[in-house]
Design a protein around this ligand. Sequence first.
Ligand SMILES: Nc1ncnc2c1ncn2[C@@H]1O[C@H](COP(=O)(O)OP(=O)(O)OP(=O)(O)O)[C@@H](O)[C@H]1O
Ligand SMILES: [Mg+2]
Length: 262
Amino acid sequence: MIAINNISFDYPITDEKTRTVLKNISLEIKEGESITVMGPNGSGKTTFARCLNGLLIPSKGKVIVDGLPTSEQANLTEIRRRVGMVFQNPDNQIVSATVEREIAFGLENLGKPYDEMHRIVDEMLEKFHLQQYRKRAPHYLSGGEKQKLAMAAVLAMRPSYLILDEPTSLLDPQSRKDILQLVRQFHSASLENDNSSITTIFITQFAEEALSADRLIIFYDGRIFMDGAPEKVFSNIKPLLEIGLEPPVKILMQNLVKRTSR
Ligand SMILES: Nc1ncnc2c1ncn2[C@@H]1O[C@H](COP(=O)(O)OP(=O)(O)OP(=O)(O)O)[C@@H](O)[C@H]1O
Ligand SMILES: [Mg+2]
């Protein structure tokens, strides 16, 4: 479980001034959950995600990953092993000279035996349709291909928690569907196997992508605006529109039908 206990986060602006972008957030992320996070630009989603694996330490309150507080430096290596993160911009994440080395990189750091490492690299290249690029420099991939590579490299390490910060923002609609399906596959395959349950926290601006999650959390102005089952959250059409978020077309249509048949 990731316990988020009343956290706030301030970015320094000048020597004296700070800007509070997360405000008194408390949440529990339970093992096996699949969570979608939505919210307008600047509402604090990325800052929140970075607090979950200790890249940022809250200014107030605590984040505790499987009993380990992120505020203790000694816990950070273990926390980052458990909490995998795919960033909004894949260029910030890719470090290796070739596609296959990028997937192998984290596995090497985990000390995986050579044969197993090879098997996992092949499996990930195939799942993410990157086989033909295996010897290529990541630098020469398209934005969407880089996003897939960043995901493949993180998932290869089988984290307990997977945070995806708008991993589909550079993808075309078909690739977006493919990636979403892969995330779901990893999530449900892991549920069947108690040893490797992957909890997913998926940040997206596409309402349709939220419908398949167990839980939808809406951020607004550094706070949690709504938290619940996606269909239920999206049924609050007016407040969502007021903060600039559009529920999925399917929900809007259902609502229209309900209203006209009254
Ligand atoms: N390093 C920083 N220093 C100062 N302010 C920052 C910094 N990073 C982010 N911010 C501010 O914090 C607020 C929250 O940013 P954050 O990136 O968490 O939002 P977001 O919800 O992920 O937005 P987006 O949808 O655009 O990705 C924004 O107003 C942003 O300008
Ligand atoms: Mg963001």
